[in-house]
Design a protein around this ligand. Structure first.
Ligand code: HMG
Length: 398
C-alpha cells in the first residue's frame, strides 16, 4: 500500500531533473581484453557495460553546466537563490565550483553558491538542505548539482568502476516530479574505505571493505527509517541506490529484501530496481550524481505511470555518511521529464579505442602553472578551453 506524506508542512522536492554525461565511452569488453580479464567479469560480475570518459576539455564544471542548462528554460533565473554544487572532483581548494556554473548559466547575483563535499553522499545533503530553505521561502528555487569524474589507477580493481556524469535538480515547493518525505534514516562513522588525499589524482580504496560498509550502513539507515515511518519493504514498488557499479546496488537490494523476509523472484527484482540501473550500467560511477542518475533512469524508462508511488532512495558516501529516505512521485510528472535529451546524449556518444582511453587518462590538467590551450573534443554546450594565469577558461560552444 502507498501511504501519503503524513507531514503537515508544505511539500518540497524535485521540480525538474536533468542528466548529462561525457560524449565518449569505452566498452568494458575493450578494457577486459586489454587487461586479460574475462569479459563477463565486467559485464556480469561488476555489472557494467560501458564507462563514460571525460575528454581533456570536459571537467566537473562543464558537465554540471551542461546538465543544468535545460532546467532554466521557462523559469525566471532570478528565482534561484541557492546553488549547491556537490562534488568530490574539486578543482580548487578555495573557490566553489558552482560559481563558474553560476556565471555560465547567467544566474542572478542575489544567489548563495557553495560547494559541498562528503564523497558520494553530498548531493543528498544538498537536497535536504535546500528543502529547509524552501520551507521558509516557498516562492524561491534552489539548483542542486552533482558532478563527478570517478578515477582509479589504471589496471587496478577499481578501474572498471570509473565513469562520469552530472545531475542538476531544480528543487522547489510544490514540486512537479517528486515530493521528498520528511523522515529519513542517516548514519555517520569514521572509516577509511575510500578516500583521496589532496596530493593524489586517483582515489585510494579498500574495495571489499567498502562494499561491506555500504551494506552495513544500508541496514542501519533502513532500520531508523522504518522506526520513524512504520513503513515496510512492501510499501515500495521501486528502489534507487547509490550505484558505484550496478552489481553493488543489486546486492544491496537482495540484502534489504532478505532482512525484511521478502523472497525476491527475478520478476520482482527486475521490477523493483532493474530500470533504475539502465543509465548507470552504461555510464559508470558518477559518485555524487550516481543515485540521482538511477532515479532519472527509473523515471525516464518506466512506461507505467509512477504517479503517487513512493520510491525508496539510498545514498552512500565513503568515509562514511549514508541516508535512507524516500519520495512520492507527483501525478503528471511525465510532462516535465527531459527523457529525450537524456537518450540523445547517451545514444550519440563516440566509442574510444583502448589507446584513446589511455591517452585521455594521461592528459590530466597540467600542473606546471603555465598557460595551456586544450584540444577540441566533442562536448556539450560548454568546454574547458584552457588555463591562463592559473585560471580555468570556459567557453560556450553552442
Ligand atoms: P575485484 O577485485 O574486481 O573483485 O574488485 P572480484 O574479483 O571479487 O570480482 C567482482 C565480482 O565479479 C565477483 O562477484 C566475482 O565472482 C565476479 P561477487 O563475489 O562480488 O558476487 N566475477 C565474474 N562474474 C562472471 N564471470 C566472470 C567473473 N569473474 C569474476 N568471468 C571491487 C571489486 C568492487 C572491490 C573493485 O571494483 C573496487 O575496489 N571498486 C571501487 C570501490 C567501490 O566501488 N566500492 C563500492 C562500495 S563504496 C561506494 O559505493 C562509494 C564510492 O562510490 C566512493 C564515494 O563514496 O565517493 C566508491
Amino acid at each position: 500500500m502507498i501511504t501519503q506524506n503524513t507531514s503537515s508542512t508544505m511539500e518540497t522536492g524535485i521540480d525538474k531533473i536533468s542528466f548529462y554525461t561525457a560524449q565518449y565511452y569505452i566498452d568494458m569488453k575493450t578494457l577486459a581484453d586489454v587487461r586479460g580479464v574475462d569479459r563477463d567479469k565486467y559485464y556480469v560480475g561488476i555489472g557494467q557495460e560501458r564507462m563514460s570518459v571525460a575528454p581533456p576539455d570536459e571537467d566537473v564544471i562543464t558537465l554540471a553546466a551542461s546538465a543544468a542548462k535545460p532546467l532554466l528554460e521557462g523559469i525566471n533565473p532570478s528565482d534561484i537563490e541557492l546553488l549547491l554544487f556537490a562534488t568530490e572532483t574539486g578543482i580548487d581548494q578555495s573557490k566553489a565550483a558552482g560559481i563558474y556554473v553560476h556565471r555560465l548559466l547567467g544566474l542572478s547575483h542575489r544567489c548563495r553558491v557553495v560547494e559541498l563535499k562528503q564523497a558520494c553522499y553530498s548531493c543528498t545533503a544538498g537536497l535536504q538542505m535546500a528543502r529547509s530553505l524552501l520551507a521558509a521561502h516557498p516562492d524561491k528555487k534552489a539548483l542542486i548539482i552533482a558532478s563527478d569524474v570517478a578515477r582509479y589507477e589504471l589496471d587496478s580493481p577499481g578501474e572498471a568502476t570509473q565513469g562520469c556524469a552530472a545531475i542538476a535538480m531544480l528543487v522547489s515547493a510544490n514540486p512537479r516530479i517528486m515530493a521528498i518525505d520528511e523522515e529519513s534514516g542517516y548514519y555517520t562513522e569514521d572509516v577509511m574505505d575510500f578516500w583521496r588525499p589532496n596530493y593524489r589524482d586517483e582515489a585510494l580504496v579498500d574495495g571489499k571493505f567498502s562494499t561491506k560498509q555500504y551494506i552495513a550502513t544500508l541496514e542501519h539507515t533502513w532500520k531508523q527509517y522504518q522506526e520513524q515511518t512504520g513503513r515496510s519493504f512492501g510499501d515500495f514498488k521501486h528502489f534507487c541506490y547509490h550505484v558505484p557499479f550496478s552489481k553493488m546496488a543489486e546486492k544491496a537490494h537482495q540484502r534489504l529484501a532478505r532482512a525484511n523476509n521478502v523472497k525476491l523472484t527475478p520478476e520482482l527484482f527486475e521490477q523493483q530496481i532493474g530500470r533504475s540501473l539502465i543509465y548507470n550500467r552504461i555510464t559508470g560511477n558518477s559518485y555524487t550524481a550516481s543515485l540521482y542518475v538511477g532515479l532519472t533512469s527509473l523515471l525516464d524508462s518506466t512506461e507505467e505511470d509512477l504517479g503517487n508511488q513512493r520510491i525508496g532512495l539510498f545514498s552512500y558516501g565513503s568515509g562514511c555518511v549514508a541516508e535512507f529516505f524516500s519520495g512520492v512521485v507527483i501525478p503528471g510528472y511525465k510532462d516535465h521529464l527531459l527523457s529525450s535529451n537524456h537518450l540523445n546524449i547517451l545514444d550519440n556518444r563516440a566509442e574510444l579505442t583502448y589507446q584513446q582511453y589511455e591517452d585521455i587518462y594521461h592528459f590530466g590538467v597540467p600542473k606546471d602553472g603555465g598557460d595551456h590551450s586544450f584540444p577540441l573534443y566533442k562536448t556539450g554546450p560548454y568546454r574547458l578551453a584552457g588555463i591562463k594565469d592559473h585560471k580555468r577558461l570556459y567557453e560556450t560552444v553552442s
